[in-house]
Ligand binder design. Structure first.
Ligand code: SAM
Length: 230
């Protein structure tokens, strides 16, 4: 199944909003770290519901946000949600693929992605594209919950028809460097908000033990790698 087929179905049945709710727990901390200045242009790769750009429009003086997504239904919904929110910045949602970003060289200030990068058919090419469209000094905040050290994510591929790349933290750093980005920082952003029931309630439908759930959310959380264009 293509990205379009898979994720159009997610947008149609409301999973775009479900992801927004879950991902917000850690995405908001990543967004708060982005050095967005007044007048900046920001790209969100795999924008989904577009919540990241709406949040940046509320909290920064960015001028323009571009939400790129391979699923037209996602961009359709994101456009509607942005209209409802009437954000301060000018937000645009475009259908496109991570392999060919429809932007000029050095034309953007910062880029963000949450739970989307690993769906790229060629992640190194995507990083090269990000490095190409960002201006020198521009940053790429790349956040993923599906990665090698997070053993609790390993079976996710079984439930999704699009091929996923499962790198570990060092493979992320190596790939950023191979694509020409400096690695400014890398760490794990804990999800401190998800409700973890008391031990007596385990096993639950999704978790065998409380320890496993604590490890997944409070310890592993979201892997953030930040690249800077030299
Ligand atoms: C799991 S969702 C995450 C959405 C949002 N960033 C969030 O945090 O909720 C992944 C998104 O990336 C998009 N996507 C996946 N692979 C893509 C590709 N190769 N090119 C463009 N968009 C892609 C999907 O259509 C989907 O909307």
């Amino acid at each position: 199944m293509s990205v379009r087929e898979e994720f159009d179905a997610w947008a149609a049945d409301g999973r775009d909003k479900g992801m927004e709710e879950r991902h917000w727990h850690t995405a908001k901390h990543v967004l708060a770290r982005m050095p967005v200045e007044d007048g900046d242009r920001v790209l969100d790769l795999g924008t989904g519901s577009g919540y990241a750009l709406r949040a940046l429009a509320d909290s920064t003086g960015m001028a323009r946000g571009y939400g790129l997504d391979g699923a037209p239904e996602m961009t359709h919904n994101a456009r509607e949600y942005a209209l409802d929110a009437s954000p301060a910045a000018d937000l645009g949602f475009v259908v496109g693929d991570f392999g060919h970003l429809p932007f000029d060289d050095d034309s953007l200030d910062h880029a963000f992605t949450m739970e989307a990068f690993y769906y790229s058919a060629d992640p190194i090419e995507t990083l090269r594209e990000v490095a190409r469209v960002l201006r020198p000094g521009g940053t790429f905040h790349c956040a993923v919950n599906y990665y090698e050290e997070n053993v609790h994510s390993h079976d996710w591929q079984e439930h999704i028809s699009v091929d996923m790349t499962r790198w570990d933290a060092s493979e992320y750093r190596d790939a950023f460097r191979e694509a020409g980005l400096h690695v400014a920082e890398q760490d794990n952003v804990a999800d401190t908000e998800i409700d973890i029931p008391p031990a007596g309630e385990f096993p639950t439908e999704n978790w065998d033990s409380r320890e496993a759930m604590v490890e997944r959310y409070r310890e592993f959380g979201t892997l953030l790698t930040v690249g800077v264009v030299p």
